[in-house]
Design a protein around this ligand. Structure first.
Ligand code: DHB
Ligand code: MG
Length: 219
């Protein structure tokens, strides 16, 4: 398919299935106005995360990589009122934008934005109730570290999702020297090899282009 075709299909699917949510749309507009990179998940992908939260009956969600909290709002909308999303953001300015967007979307009481490098914040989450759903969407170089923490902070049955697992097809290039692609490859290899996970990945074509999402369950 040409980009023109898949964008038309994405617009059709989004218009037909995703609907409108002022909280989500405002979050994207604010994020753009603040000059953040336009790399939040596509609406069809946000709804996918939302449905995974509902299907899995998730009450506790961990997100690594908040950005403008677009995906955070989607997942918060998919958990019960006594549920909680903990989302980790490394940049103070971005965390503030995220908090404002969560407030405006009416989910602030369900979401805690933890400021810091995920590798520093994740160890502080040990010892609490296990997470039911983990969404990994931060610096790709660290995917294996984040997957290891997802396994440690989850329980059998916890759902783990990794964003950006195809990267325009570069994931299948064994000669790549791009550290982000290498991080994605190492993460997928870990999902395939590490007995704590049972996993697959799907290629996606949406308004962000050709990429993919990995889906795993903790054994
Ligand atoms: C990009 C996209 C993402 O979804 C992400 O998490 C990081 C980077 C990108 O297109 O560059
Ligand atoms: Mg992403």
């Amino acid at each position: 398919p040409t980009p023109e075709l898949w964008r038309r299909v994405d617009a059709y699917l989004t218009e037909t299935l995703v609907g409108h949510d002022p909280g989500l749309e405002h979050a994207v507009a604010d994020q753009r106005a603040a000059g953040l990179p336009p790399i939040e998940v596509a609406p069809v992908n946000g709804k996918f995360l939302h449905l995974i939260a509902r299907i899995s009956g998730a009450r506790r969600v961990l997100e690594i990589g908040t950005l403008g909290a677009y995906s955070t709002i989607w997942m918060a909308r998919g958990i019960p009122s006594d549920g909680q999303v903990i989302t980790i953001e490394a940049e103070p300015r971005i965390a503030e934008i995220a908090r404002a967007n969560l407030e405006r979307a009416g989910v602030a009481e369900k979401v805690e934005v933890r400021l810091g490098r995920a590798a520093d914040v994740l160890p502080t989450l040990e010892g609490a109730e296990p997470f039911d759903l983990v969404f990994i969407d931060a610096d790709k170089e660290s995917n294996t570290i984040y997957l290891d923490w997802a396994a440690r902070l989850g329980r059998p049955g916890t759902v783990v999702i990794v964003d950006n697992t195809v990267r325009g097809g570069e994931v299948a290039n064994p000669a790549t020297e791009n550290p982000q692609i290498i991080g994605v490859q190492r993460g997928l290899e870990m999902l395939g090899r590490d007995a704590r996970f049972d996993a697959t990945a799907l290629q996606t074509l949406d308004l962000k282009g050709y990429d993919g999402v990995a889906l795993a369950v903790l054994v």
